[in-house]
Write a protein that binds this ligand. Sequence first.
Ligand code: F6R
Length: 613
Amino acid sequence: MCGIIGYVGDKNSVPFLIEGLKRLEYRGYDSAGIAVAENGHIHRVRAVGKVAELEKASLLENPRGCCGIGHTRWATHGKPSQENSHPHTDCSGDIVVVHNGIIENYLSLKEKLQALGHKFQSETDTEVIAHLIEENLKHVHAETDEQRFFRAVMKTSDELQGAFAYGVLWAKTPNQIIGVKNQSPLVVGLGEGENFLASDVPAFLKYTNKVLFLEDGQTVVLRPEKTVVYGMDGKETKVKPTKVAWDQKTAEKSGFKHFMLKEIYDQPQALEDTLRTAQADFMRILGLKTEDLRRIKNIYLVACGTAYHAALIGKYYLENFAGVTASVDLASEFKYRTIPPAKDTLCIAVSQSGETADTLGAVKKAKELGFKRLAICNVLGSGLTRACGSVFYTHCGPEISVASTKAFTSQIISLYALSIFLGHASGNISRGQFDKLYKEMMALPKAVAETLKIEYDVRHLTKKVYKANRFIFLGRNVDYPIALEGALKLKEISYTSAEGFAAGEIKHGPISVIDKGTPVIILMPKDHLFDKMLSAAQECRARGAFVIAVTTPDGSEEAAAVTDKRILVPKTGEYLQPVLNVIALQFFAYWVAKRLGRDIDQPRNLAKSVTVE
Ligand code: F6R
């Protein structure tokens, strides 16, 4: 939520800022702005709407300067407007700030600053940072402006409460940017004679993959030739750069019309890359804590949105393969409900970004309860990976589209791998069973590649239903969470009402919403519950529904007797089948949204990383 970018080097910063903001646009797209140090003053350009609007405005105004900061906003305090767009300034207009997160004590700080004569121009919490730095500059002393500014920023950070990251620039020190990280993401890209500050790596990946992942409480000073990190005590601290394996191509559309479609097609590779390290990583995780994990009696899975749906499938895996009782909580609920303290309990947090505030909050609570913590996460160095004792990384590369696709299937396969490795280590499954499950798992990327061939059929089918004003998705067992995910994906990007249900539940209420022509998408691979799904299809059809079956070739004929259309996906092991089934629903959502002319990669009101509660 909200993207920060900063550039300091020997070139005009503006193209770097605009390009970086475009790559961070998934984090918010209500408004955007940049500010550069230009001949002793600050030149600021802001625009409501997407970064393209800012780009137009800055072409007209032509700001130029080798040091600049930029921001793309997802509104929290104050509506999307020119005044509320970042960067925000102090009274003089010489100090500019871009910020991500929430300053919880901004109202009391604002009142204090107003009483001292500071004039505010926006409704945002961010603006207090600029005025507070201005105020603190009056009270700190140092030999150089650079040192004085650094001290004023440190003093300011001490007075701020909340989870935030910010970048700041002062016209009097036009060769440096200062960045501060406290529980919101902030990374540094180290280039040759130029350095970058950003909320996320793709913002500068084209120029460098050498990254400093900052810790909470750290402040960084970036100059063209040097970047120095300081701890909370103001003392220099060494942070080892990490070479990020992602390359620029993974963060581009590569000829696809939308990131979402590209990311659907990335799935065979994402799964292969995730599985490549799964055995070694889980053996390390399990090996380090074998005794601990063998004693695990209870598992809580916590996550939000799509990751929550992956966690729901994880419950089936953990109970079936590892033989451990598992429960799944929406992270936002886990934080606030009473959880009895229990020994030998593991909390598994699932998150693509590793930044989701609710998930971080749930993990904090798990820590307070004395639970062990394992993160399944896609982003190296993110807050979640630091908050958990162990981490398993999904290797999907950057997921840019707001609607999650490849992260979801990678999370499922990670939970599957964990469950079979755990089940094998604890003796819950035999060597023979493990070998069979393992073989199926390793063959999955190929099956996913095969499944992608259904796009044409799904695209064609959506022509018939895309104008419907309500969609129903039904699944059972491991396909129940897939029904929920199919509905979420569709409503997220098409803005149409869609609901997912456990197929056995429809007769307990939901069937009343089915009307003549209501599209009902039924997940019905030919497995031990197939007959039940045939009945569900008949019940819906009898009420006038237009029934679409997602089934396997061996179920096609029987499904044809009770449904209006079929989408055929290849067959794999029963517990892995959801990974193939969801691909049909990802294409379905994509093509309905495309036909409706929606903004697929950046649907209204949403942002990719939800870093506020
Ligand atoms: C849906 C979607 C969201 C995220 C949710 C959690 O397509 O992307 O529902 O899954 O906000 O995000 P992460 O996984 O980053 O914690």
